[in-house]
Design a protein around this ligand. Structure first.
Ligand code: FAD
Ligand code: NAI
Length: 476
């Protein structure tokens, strides 16, 4: 076995890891990235959960199913007639796989372009030496490499329900949920969080009867209440059955499908019989096979790597980023941390502003927000002003035929600084970017209200919501 020396070794090639590796290489460090994800042929598939079984494939299926939904429902309003509409699930899944592969290949190309040495295999800590940390690579690549700095970006795994392990045939994690071979007649989901709503939407649009069971009494508890209520109304209208406040008792599989015994919000025993069950009750940090004990890398009780605000672990020159550490499990949060760590290694002042990390749920209507919710401001006793503007009053939304939802601004009562922006409606994922920029620059709602926005555009709803903070909307 050879023993190659690197300035920076990144373990994990998801959005946290591959971006950290590229940035480190850009800064002139001899950089390696180790990732173990395999494609169907056993070849490398860098990009992690996000690229392989997360952000990218879910958005591909959301797009396909939205086209199908529009063709079946919205086209008629535009005078477009269609006969014999059908969905070829195999083709839809094949397209999704192609999109994933394009992203995998793109990352391998970026590694080459930036001179990052890629190892396909599992990286684990072996020991500490004078030259740095010895990392053993096993799998397609078998090597021992040494890194002066190590960035751990090993991501997360889906959390299973106790007593109901994923078999990916009947009880599905996000992985199985993205490759159901035919539209199930009845689909159950446990957990009305981000995955539950996105995957539930995909299969409902394609014709499945979808029931979502959620433990909490409130729908989307982390989302601004007014926005969550509006979204819930829209989902229920679309036919998504959402039961809140349930307690799951037992999950049984048989040849016929899956049976879920649970108590409803009133405590009454119920049974849900479905063909497939997706369990989306959160994710757990992944340090499997990392051999953290060999070097004394500290984990917390959830199994997350303990880091400070700057992603430093308890070990000198060992850093950790992304889903394997505290904070929201989002690809862009992982990327920001990856860049900041590479820059800190170079002696620069990388920075991640947790207050301006946007969230997006890619349902229809989309839900997006940045900053604080109204309930958080109330709980903190902060004096604020609110302004909302409905898409119903926006010309572009009417032309699109998509007028559900609103934009909502929350601003400091005295200084008018924007404290949070919440959107439910068309293209919320794109509209939220303006709010993120505004908050990064500490803008006031008046700043946004004074900026010229193109007409007709959905972004005018953003401007109008900012005007609404001062009770002076022009179009509502
Ligand atoms: P990961 O992406 O999990 O990557 C970790 C990588 O490390 C993996 O490739 C793994 O194989 C590898 N690895 C682990 N251990 C080792 C080891 N010892 N040696 C070598 N390699 C190892 N976030 C968003 O921001 N937007 C979205 O739209 C979105 N959609 C999602 C949809 C779904 C269905 C799911 C499940 C998640 C979604 N997320 C989304 C969350 C997002 O995928 C994660 O936050 C993101 O992937 C975290 O990046 P990461 O680099 O920390 O970890
Ligand atoms: P989540 O945390 O979003 O939602 C889990 C839901 O399950 C919660 O509402 C929780 O109350 C509920 N729950 C937990 N235990 C339960 C139980 N025993 N019975 C019934 N309900 C229960 O987690 P999810 O959907 O699994 O997604 C994991 C993470 O992946 C997200 O938090 C997010 O960070 C990331 N993600 C991001 C996406 C995006 O940015 N668009 C899309 C999908 C995932």
């Amino acid at each position: 076995m050879s023993s190659k020396q690197f300035d920076v070794i990144v373990i994990g090639g998801g959005p946290g890891g591959y971006i950290a590796a590229i940035r480190a290489a850009q800064l002139g460090f001899a950089t390696a990235c180790i990732d173990e994800w395999k494609n169907e042929k056993g070849g490398p598939a860098p990009g992690g959960t996000c690229t392989n079984v997360g952000c990218i494939p879910s958005k591909a299926l959301l797009q396909s199913s939205e086209h199908f939904d529009h063709a079946g429902h919205a086209f008629a309003d535009h005078g477009i007639g269609l006969k014999d509409l059908s969905i070829d699930v195999t083709k839809m899944l094949g397209r999704k796989d192609t999109v994933v592969k394009q992203n995998n290949d793109g990352i391998l190309y970026l590694f080459k372009k930036n001179k990052v040495t890629f190892f396909h295999g599992r990286g684990s800590f072996a020991r500490t030496t004078e030259a740095g940390y010895e990392i053993k690579v096993t799998g397609t690549a078998e090597e021992v490499i040494v890194g002066k700095h190590v960035i751990v970006a090993t991501g997360s795994n889906p959390r299973a329900l106790p007593g109901a392990p994923f078999d990916e045939q009947s009880i599905l994690s996000n992985d199985g949920a993205l490759r159901i071979p035919a539209v199930p007649k009845k689909l159950g989901l446990i957990g009305a969080g981000v995955i539950g709503l996105e995957m539930g939407s995909v299969w409902r649009r394609l014709g499945a009867e979808v029931t979502v069971l959620e433990a909490l009494p409130a729908f989307l508890g982390a989302v601004d209440e007014q926005i969550a209520k509006e979204a819930q109304k829209a989902f229920v209208k679309q036919g998504l059955k959402i039961e809140l406040g349930v307690k799951i008792a037992e999950v049984k599989t048989s040849k016929k499908g899956v049976s879920v015994a649970y108590a409803n919000a009133k405590g009454e025993p119920q049974t849900l019989e479905v063909d497939k069950l997706i369990v989306s009750i959160g994710r757990v940090p992944n340090t499997n096979g990392l051999n953290a004990e060999a070097v004394g890398l500290k984990l917390d009780e959830r199994g997350a790597i303990v880091v400070d605000d700057d992603c430093r672990t308890n070990l000198p020159r060992v850093w950790a980023v992304g889903d394997v550490v505290r904070g929201p499990m989002l690809a862009h949060k992982a990327e920001e941390e990856g860049v900041a760590v590479a820059e800190r290694i170079a002696g620069q002042h990388g920075h991640v502003n947790f207050n301006t990390i946007p969230w997006v749920i890619y349902t229809s209507p989309e839900i997006a927000w940045v900053g604080q919710t109204e309930q958080q401001l109330k709980a903190a006793g902060r004096a604020y002003k609110a302004g909302t503007f409905p898409f119903m009053a926006n010309g572009r939304a009417r032309a699109l035929g998509d007028t559900t939802g609103m934009v909502k601004f929350l601003a400091d009562a005295k200084t008018d600084e924007i404290l949070g922006v919440h959107i439910v409606g068309p293209m919320a994922s794109e509209l939220i970017a303006e709010a993120v920029v505004a908050m990064e620059f500490k803008a006031s709602s008046e700043d946004i209200a004074r900026i010229c926005h193109a007409h007709p555009s959905l972004s005018e709803a953003t401007k109008e919501a900012a005007l609404a903070v001062d009770k002076r909307t022009l179009n509502f």
